[in-house]
Design a protein. Structure first.
Length: 134
């Protein structure tokens, strides 16, 4: 069971390859750093996941993610891994770091977002996620 969580969370963390594309293109301003745009996009995306809108969350992912995980696979993968955690009690940003490389992903513009979270059925912990910025 731990293996399933680990591999599926990598997909969730590939919210990493999340739809910053729209936010970056539409909102890119000299005033907002990629880290700020990534944080805003990830918060919106996580709100979809937290509310159980799994199919809708897939729609907001970048094409590279959608090519790796089908629209049909995504909801069942999340139900198997996210639902057992229970209600989100808290999530706090620990940091956001801009990078041009990620393991297993093509070179591009990414923001690694690290959060501390706590769910009803889980002790608090941290996870890193990635937001694709280009």
């Amino acid at each position: 069971m731990r293996t399933v969580w680990s591999s599926t969370f990598k997909m969730v963390a590939a919210f990493s390859l999340l739809m910053l594309r729209r936010a970056t293109c539409a909102q890119a301003t000299a005033q907002q750093k990629p880290e700020q745009l990534a944080q805003q996009s990830s918060e919106s995306w996580l709100a979809l996941v937290d509310s159980g809108k799994y199919a809708e969350s897939w729609q907001e992912c970048a094409q590279i993610f959608q090519a790796a995980v089908t629209k049909e696979q995504w909801p069942s993968a999340l139900r198997a891994t996210r639902d057992p955690l229970g209600k989100l009690l808290s999530r706090k940003l620990k940091g956001a770091t801009y990078t041009k490389t990620l393991p297993g992903a093509p070179d591009g513009e990414y923001v690694v977002i690290s959060v501390r979270k706590q769910f009803r059925t889980q002790a608090s912990g941290s996870r890193d996620g990635y937001a694709h910025a280009g």
